[in-house]
Design a protein around this ligand. Structure first.
Ligand code: MG
Length: 207
């Protein structure tokens, strides 16, 4: 399947908003990653020279099967063909500097290899998108633990909101935000993101 745009949702779990010292948003916070940042299970996350702290963020990804614009919440899930585990790899120092200066996050989020995406699982094999446990382990140690029930904006709400403004196309990926516990990834680490009922995504890290 062709991969289109990757629409990411920031600040969709309260505990993560607290740890980032942000305010709870009234509407979903959106940013994009380029398709060139995508890698698959087992591929390496590569931290470019000169880039400081890089963080992991385990997320549930929705894969669009049928495109559309102005999709209603009631119809939203009929546009999703698959789900997958996603790691929203973030150059946190670069993002923090950008936030302070009121500048975009594109570089911090969009570097090559910063969008690991796991195996696509058909939506009908995942009965309830709001009861999935998410975990991130680094070198086997548990770093993040959450449940999709804690999302502020549901998958249906996100698809409806995004498609008011951006046409969704087959193959687009929506990353639905991360729970708390984000933390550093360094050379030699192995990031292991799990969404129970969906799968596990393992990526070694190097500089
Ligand atoms: Mg994220």
């Amino acid at each position: 399947m062709r991969c289109g745009k990757i629409v990411c949702v920031g600040q969709n779990y309260r505990e993560h908003i607290r740890e980032m010292r942000s305010e709870e948003p009234a509407e979903p916070v959106l940013f994009l990653k380029p398709s060139t940042s995508l890698i698959g299970d087992g591929e390496e996350i590569i931290i470019p020279e000169g880039i400081g702290m890089v963080h992991h963020e385990v997320e549930l990804a929705l894969i669009i099967g049928k495109g559309g614009k102005g999709i209603s919440e009631a119809d939203a899930l009929s546009h999703v063909s698959h789900v997958a585990v996603f790691n929203d790899v973030t150059a946190r120092d670069v993002q923090t500097e950008a936030r302070k200066a009121g500048l975009p996050w594109a570089l911090a989020k969009g570097m090559d290899t910063f969008a690991p995406l796991g195996e696509r699982v058909p939506l009908d094999r995942v009965p309830d998108l709001r009861s999935l446990d998410l975990e991130m382990r680094v070198n086997g140690a548990l770093r993040q633990k959450g449940n999709t029930a804690q999302m502020i904006f549901s998958p249906q709400r996100l698809i409806s909101y995004i498609s008011r403004f951006m046409t969704l196309e087959e193959g687009d990926v929506i990353a639905t935000g991360t729970p708390s516990g984000v933390g550093p990834l360094g050379p030699g680490d192995v990031a292991e993101a799990t969404v129970h009922g969906v799968g596990t995504l393992r990526n070694p890290v190097r500089r």
